[in-house]
Design a protein around this ligand. Structure first.
Ligand SMILES: [Zn+2]
Ligand SMILES: [Zn+2]
Length: 395
């Protein structure tokens, strides 16, 4: 091969590379998200409180925790819904013939979701469903590639949620398969800092994941002293409702609870008696709220008025409201029992995503049934899900 011929070939190669570069445009660049679905009614619903991470006797490491005891405790604490999420690996995936087939798995007053803790080598996740589904299939696919896991999850039509995402047994699958994430696991609030960080990363990158709580309670009070175990001390420290997940459901049904969870009309409180935080936005500043947490709208280019409201009989003392915008601290405000709401104003970007969420700190609210939980939750009272702008529903 002579030098001129080699030079010719190199010139062709270089020109074809530059040609390819010149035709590339970033297909993921910011663009208008188009028309967004309308926001659901802000008033047509009911606030329901519950626990989304509870283990019964069908989890091998639990103690003194039959389903009847879970339901009785929930009733006494005014809990509206519970998802019993036993470890599926303890029954080789067959939760349908264990937890769900238990004669005690029924209640007139407490809504019982169908679910399980998907307990895998790559971490733990919870399933929430209003009706029975083929959990066995999710268990069987657990060690496969995410593309196969995701396909099975989609076919089952279930709500999948990452559990305790930053600790032991962190969720080691793609977050693209999820509807929600456990940002507040157990009464021990301080250990959730990294879960909150992961949540903000997922939100900031366009993943509209609902933040929810779960006590992860395993142990109940023994009927007689001789039934006590080394874990019985936990009963007074971490139990059903530490924390409590509030959902704004369109009706008092299991399906409405799951839908509200998926849609993000959710806040989390330290316990069932602690104040509930509600977060609204008035898009056109006409004095009427247009959206609440979980909702997603297009900004108008004008300032939006936001309203943070604490509800419940137990709003007492002073509370600090921390506003987070796109994962970063944005503002710190104060509310108190006399004026249990506060407003602030900001203008979300016209193009590109913006989200705001709030966290409430203050004096703990007593939970008489679980009296040692307050010290573990420190001054953490409640957190809201975000209000979203320009999140792409097709993402
Ligand atoms: Zn777990
Ligand atoms: Zn668990």
């Amino acid at each position: 091969m002579n030098v001129i011929y080699m030079g010719l070939i190199m010139a062709i190669c270089i020109s074809s590379v530059s040609l390819a570069q010149s035709t590339y445009t970033n297909p993921w660049a910011l663009k208008d998200v188009g028309t967004l679905p309308p926001v659901a009614s802000l008033t047509g619903g009911v606030w329901l409180k519950g626990d989304l991470h509870v283990h019964s006797r069908h989890s091998k490491e639990s103690s003194n925790h039959p389903i009847s005891k879970i339901i009785d405790f929930s009733k006494a604490a005014g809990i509206d819904y519970v998802c019993i999420t036993d470890h599926d690996n303890h029954v080789d995936g067959d939760v349908a013939h264990h937890t769900w087939a238990d004669p005690e798995f029924k209640s007139e007053s407490v809504l019982l979701l169908y679910g399980a803790e998907w307990t895998t080598t790559r971490g733990h996740g919870n399933v929430f469903s209003a009706k029975p589904y083929e959990h066995q299939r999710l268990y069987d696919v657990r060690d496969q590639r995410d593309v196969n896991v995701g396909a099975v999850k989609k076919e089952l039509g279930i709500h999948l949620s990452a559990n305790h995402p930053s600790g032991k047994d962190h969720f080691g699958y793609s977050y693209d398969m999820l509807e929600s994430i456990e940002v507040w696991n157990s009464a021990v609030w301080p250990k959730n800092a990294n879960a909150i960080m992961i949540w903000d990363d997922m939100l900031s990158s366009g993943r509209k994941l609902t933040g929810r709580g779960g006590s992860d309670v395993h142990h109940g009070a023994p009927d007689t002293p001789d039934k006590a175990t080394k874990n019985t001390v936990q009963v007074k420290a971490n139990n059903i409702g530490t924390p409590t997940t509030w959902v704004f459901a369109t009706a008092r049904t299991s399906q409405a609870v799951v839908d509200a969870l998926t849609n993000g009309r959710v806040s989390v409180s330290a316990n069932p008696y602690a104040p509930r935080v509600e977060f609204f936005a008035d898009l056109d500043q006409d004095g009427k709220m247009d959206m609440m947490m979980g909702d997603n709208m297009k900004p108008t280019g004008k300032p939006v008025k936001f309203r943070v409201q604490l509800s419940g009989n137990s709003v007492a003392g002073e509370y600090t409201v921390r506003v987070i915008k796109n994962g970063n601290p944005f503002d710190t405000l104060q509310v108190n029992a006399k004026t249990p709401y506060v407003e602030f104003t900001d203008t979300p970007a016209n193009l590109g995503r913006t989200y705001y969420r709030v966290m409430i700190e203050g004096t703990p609210t007593p939970y008489p049934q679980v009296p040692e939980s307050m010290a573990l939750s420190e001054n953490m009272i409640a957190l809201s899900n975000p209000i979203f702008f320009n999140f792409d529903p097709k993402f």
